[in-house]
Write a protein of this length. Structure first.
Length: 292
């Protein structure tokens, strides 16, 4: 009876034809952790006891039914003299969490954190022929994600750093599409789209008149300050957005159309940054627009 109710493979319910482990956060916050916490003296699930512990909760009776569905088969097995093989209990391993001190925080610490994979930017390290230590990775994450003000740009930068953006080269694996850039006739991957394409060269040449735009600063972050990193990220996002729109409209990218698109996007973005009281970023974007 000292088995934990939550996250225990012994107790599961069928949801959409899939076995799902129990985990009711409201019950946990009310101090219900173990099977014995919901049993009476006859070792049966006590609804009145549960209702006393779990107060003011709309779905309490639905959840009680689900708990009964999950726990009663095991209780019946134990009452009939059956046993549960130790191999079935994957929840507690030697040196891990003690059932008597079952808390969500401790489960996270003991079961999730050890399995986390430390972030790496392997594709960009190969591209630039460098090796980034943990300090450099943390600095890049701060410059390109944490310190960025626009949430959409944060998400975009995350996808850039982990190389999970769509490109013609990527799509060609599943679709009947030419993997080469329609302008440069070379493989159109993310590095080409953001750094090497004729469109990228054009916009970075113009932006380079205002701040440093070497490839590593563009992708991994510039030391010139948060405002510069935000501006660089906006320009990257415009390059990628132009690709997506042309793909959706089934049009080929070209420099003339890209210039008009850039001016419109930079104008809109500068207005937004001005409205959220980021005048320096807004002014940078206006200056880039004036150079196009």
């Amino acid at each position: 009876m000292n088995q934990p109710l939550w996250g225990n493979k012994l107790f599961s319910i069928s949801v959409k034809q899939t076995n799902t482990l129990l985990c009711f956060r409201h019950w946990i916050s009310c101090g219900v952790f173990l099977v014995k916490d919901i049993l009476n003296d006859q070792h049966c699930i006590d609804e009145d006891l549960i209702c006393q512990k779990i107060q003011r909760h709309n779905n309490i009776y639905v959840e009680i039914i689900q708990v009964k569905q999950a726990v009663n088969p095991v209780l019946s097995l134990l009452r009939g003299g059956g046993t549960i093989e130790s191999s079935e209990l994957d929840f507690k391993k030697e040196g891990e969490l003690s059932v008597e001190h079952f808390r969500s925080r401790e489960i996270y610490k003991n079961m999730v954190i050890p399995k986390l994979i430390k972030p790496t930017f392997k594709k960009w390290e190969d591209f630039f022929n460098i090796t980034l230590d943990s300090d450099a990775i943390n600095k890049t994450i701060a410059q390109k994600i944490t310190d960025i003000k626009d949430t959409k740009i944060k998400e975009f930068n995350f996808k850039v750093l982990y190389s999970i953006l769509v490109s013609r080269s990527y799509l060609s694996k599943w679709q009947d599409i030419n993997p080469n850039c329609e302008i440069c006739n070379t493989e159109d991957n993310i590095a080409h789209m953001l750094l090497e394409c004729e469109l990228a060269n054009f916009i970075w040449e113009k932006s380079g008149q205002l701040f440093e735009t070497d490839p590593m600063s563009i992708i991994l972050g510039s030391c010139e300050g948060n405002n510069i990193n935000e501006c660089i990220s906006v320009v990257e996002y415009i390059l990628y957005k132009y690709f997506l729109i042309c793909k959706e409209e089934q049009k080929n990218r070209n420099l003339r159309h890209f210039k008009a698109f850039c001016r419109r996007e930079l104008s809109d973005r500068s207005i937004i940054y001005h409205q959220v009281k980021c005048p320096e970023i807004s002014n940078f974007l206006v200056e880039i627009k004036s150079l196009i």
